[in-house]
Design a protein around this ligand. Sequence first.
Ligand SMILES: NC(=O)c1ccc[n+]([C@@H]2O[C@H](COP(=O)([O-])OP(=O)(O)OC[C@H]3O[C@@H](n4cnc5c(N)ncnc54)[C@H](OP(=O)(O)O)[C@@H]3O)[C@@H](O)[C@H]2O)c1
Length: 331
Amino acid sequence: MSSREIRLVSRPNGMPTTANFTLAQVELDPLHDQQVLVRNLFMSVDPYMRGRMNEGKSYVPPFELGKPLEGGAVGEVIESRAAGFKPGDAVTSNCGWREYFIASPKELRPVSRGVQPLSVYLGALGMTGMTAWVGLNLVEVKAGDVVFISGAAGAVGNVAGQLSKLRGCRVIGSAGSMEKVMLLREECGFDIAFDYKVGPVVEQLNLEAPDGIDVYFDNVGGETLEAALSTLRVHGRIIACGGISGYNESKPRPGPSNLFNMITKRLTMKGFIVRDWLDRQGEFDEEVGGLLRAGKLKNKETVVRGVGQAVAAFIGLFEGKNVGKMVVKLN
Ligand SMILES: NC(=O)c1ccc[n+]([C@@H]2O[C@H](COP(=O)([O-])OP(=O)(O)OC[C@H]3O[C@@H](n4cnc5c(N)ncnc54)[C@H](OP(=O)(O)O)[C@@H]3O)[C@@H](O)[C@H]2O)c1
């Protein structure tokens, strides 16, 4: 059996280009005992993968040149020589960026086929949905809080906004186009949304939240973090989730010029990495899965087709081409 996979061939300098990647064909070995053959149905592309394309120490090791990339995926079992897995079972794994793969049972997590489309396991019920949920719990977001979310139309942002609304918060979002702003207001229940590209963020935020905000869910960093620091109320909280505005910078940018607000306003800023919270997976599945099944939470996604389009989908994250979770459908 042959499979196609995407490999990193050179480390990007700034914005990644298609020249940094190659599509390779590989032959898979016959299955041994305790192995499962999986066909990926959907794979995830995520902003954090950009960091893994750089050399150097981080919270996850860098991707190796000449090797297939890795990442979240959901697929179906084609053949199994391991107890507990049979053809047709749906499984999630970290073996994305390829069409087929052979895995040991511990690399696979069985999921229900009752949830459709299965790409939901990469979005609202997947790593990004869990990131939104963990972030809100981290600073105990509660009814009455005014919550501002950047990257609001993205995978983490739109779920964070919907969950905040369900908790009884007033929710403000920023995103990079009027189309996204409309979606946030009309389909995701945000009270207010604005396009961060049309004017200084601090001016737009002060206009929309003249009395300040209680919580800032930071997905982008940079100018938006600086604006939030100036708009947060006394004892405000910041969820430090991501900083995509700086991921393609070759040198770190200077931090916010107004960090002194942390002191004068007695702010709290908490960073986290979602995978440190995997012991809460069951609780997340129950709460957020329940909301999804009850129709109270929507899974938003942008679907790109074919492993050959995976690199374009990944680069598209930095160009704002996605609404909700960016996924690649493999066939
Ligand atoms: N801490 C954790 O464990 C954890 C886990 C998952 C994700 N994250 C972080 O959470 C953030 C969101 O991730 P995601 O998976 O949900 O991605 P996403 O928001 O679905 O996709 C990226 C979005 O970022 C926006 N963007 C791109 N360049 C930007 C820039 N220069 N300034 C402002 N916005 C920009 C684009 O939307 P616009 O059109 O609005 O610009 C784009 O659609 C990322 O920073 C990611 O690294 C953290």
